[in-house]
Design a protein around this ligand. Structure first.
Ligand code: NDP
Length: 273
């Protein structure tokens, strides 16, 4: 049974910075983990418009935040605003976790790529195709390449895909993709809001494993995950990835081992007795 928590003057603060953030399940995931471990911490979602990101990150130290997670569309900009970056964040030029040092300096980390790999487990043999060229796509493609996978990227702005592919030493593919990869990773927000049936790619092109980073705040399956399940494919959904990256982020922020099963239950609105 988790201890009851009171937010008070000594409570450590963390949160999520994004635009939008209302759909996010990170607050329920992290707060459930704090409660389970009896940590006097609180995690809040903070909608921050792109033009306000520099002021928001610069204010973290003054406000006493331990750190924040960063989501769409800020991961690339946050990487540039941090004073230092981990090797993975440097390689991907993408940051999803900002740690505030005692001296107020901001250290950027990314747990998106390794968290996605944790969620996928054994990688299928063959080509992985990453859709999108934003912060999530960069982290996913970099982690897959570092894990030895054969990687291609495709994005609706072809030049963005070409530049990302050149930086990471992977292949760029035309948009919309016309070949069926063994592993498809959706790192676009398609399916996350609006029409749940919207798909980022022709469902006829799905291969063996589909990993959708997008997830819906209303709990419904994304159109991509549903289409892959109907075809009997292995599906790693956005909530699986949320737990993978969130567990690594939790460890970085608090220094404690993440209670992964509690976090998994919290994002899926299940109770653990
Ligand atoms: P970014 O804004 O950095 O990048 C989004 C990418 O998707 C860009 O390449 C953008 O293209 C492209 N895109 C946007 N809309 C469309 C569209 N309608 N059709 C095709 N491509 C489109 O966002 P992030 O990389 O941070 O996040 C992408 C998605 O992944 C979000 O839904 C995010 O919530 C999710 N995510 C989830 C995680 C999890 O833990 N489950 C972890 C990381 C990401 P353009 O540049 O042309 O706009």
């Amino acid at each position: 049974m988790a201890a009851e928590r009171t937010i008070g003057g000594a409570t450590r603060l963390a949160g999520l910075v994004g635009w939008p953030v209302a759909h996010s399940r990170s607050p329920q995931m992290h707060n459930a983990a704090y409660a389970a471990l009896g940590l006097d911490w609180a995690y809040v979602a903070m909608p921050v418009a792109p033009q306000s990101l520099p002021a928001a990150l610069a204010g973290l130290a003054a406000l006493g935040f331990a750190g924040v997670n960063v989501t769409i569309p800020h991961k690339g900009a946050a990487a540039a605003l941090c004073h230092e970056r981990s090797a993975a964040a440097e390689r991907a030029r993408s940051v999803n976790t900002v740690l505030v040092g005692e001296d107020g300096r901001l250290r950027g980390e990314t747990t998106d790529g390794d968290g996605m790999l944790d969620a996928i487990g054994t990688l299928p043999q063959g080509e992985a195709l990453v859709l999108g060229a934003g912060g999530g796509a960069r982290a996913a493609a970099a982690a897959l390449a570092a894990a030895g996978a054969e990687v291609a990227v495709a994005a609706r702005r072809p030049q963005a895909a070409v530049e990302l592919a050149a930086e990471l030493g992977v292949r760029a593919e035309s948009w919309p993709p016309r070949r069926s990869p063994v592993l498809l990773v959706n790192a676009t927000p398609v399916g996350q809001a609006g029409d749940a049936g919207e798909l980022p790619v022709d469902p006829e092109l799905l291969g063996e494993v589909v990993c959708d980073l997008a997830y819906r705040g209303d709990g419904a399956e994304t159109g991509l995950a549903a289409a892959a399940r109907r075809r009997g494919l292995r599906v790693v959904d956005g909530l699986d990835v949320l737990v993978g990256q969130g567990a690594r982020s939790f460890r970085l922020l608090t220094g404690c081992e993440p209670p992964v099963e509690i976090m998994r239950a919290a994002v899926r609105n299940r109770s653990i007795d």
